[in-house]
Design a protein around this ligand. Structure first.
Ligand SMILES: CC(C)(COP(=O)(O)OP(=O)(O)OC[C@H]1O[C@@H](n2cnc3c(N)ncnc32)[C@H](O)[C@@H]1OP(=O)(O)O)[C@@H](O)C(=O)NCCC(=O)NCCS
Length: 144
């Protein structure tokens, strides 16, 4: 397993992993949210965030890309924003890949001198219950 930043020409594959990852969560919690996205519009969003905001896309790779997280470092607020959220391909889950991506993300932010990380997710889903709290995540509820 390798965790690395993607190059621009791999952003399409990373966006597909993100889209399928969100789509294939139990109980379809992302169904409504995904209505406004397709894998190719997500790829444009990632690319645009990279160009305008210096976003970086971290991926986990086995034979292919199987997990993703996008990071935006917000120097003004001292926060790293996990703007895509972590997503792992369904058949590669429960093997520690999500944890590995989260860990690498936090290390990267720390290396940049940022002390906080933020992600928007949905209350009660596996990511919110099991993954983000793993390295100190606490939930703050925002109005819907
Ligand atoms: C959330 C997600 C990224 C986790 O990826 P993963 O590779 O399966 O995560 P890990 O294997 O590192 O698991 C992390 C911990 O959560 C637990 N966990 C993960 N999914 C779980 C589930 N469905 N039920 C119970 N526990 C679960 C693991 O057992 C592990 O706990 P441990 O460290 O105490 O052993 C993955 O389920 C996913 O892609 N979900 C859909 C996309 C999504 O909703 N992402 C959040 C966007 S904000």
């Amino acid at each position: 397993m390798r965790v690395r930043f993607v190059s621009e020409d791999e952003i399409g594959s990373a966006a597909e992993v993100w889209y399928d990852g969100l789509r294939e969560e139990e109980g379809s919690p992302w169904e409504n949210y995904l209505k406004k996205w397709t894998p190719s519009s997500a790829a444009r969003w990632f690319l645009d965030s990279k160009k305008r905001l210096g976003a970086k896309i971290l991926v986990a790779e086995k034979e292919k890309i199987v997990g993703i997280n996008g990071i935006i470092s917000e120097r003004n607020s001292g926060k790293g924003r996990l703007f895509t959220g972590i997503a792992v391909s369904p058949s590669y889950r429960r093997q520690g890949i999500g944890s590995l991506l989260l860990h690498r993300t936090l290390l990267e932010l720390k290396r940049e001198g940022l002390r906080w990380a933020e992600v928007e997710t949905i209350q009660g889903i596996p990511a919110a219950k099991y993954l983000y709290p793993k390295y100190g995540g606490e939930s703050i509820q925002v109005p819907a």
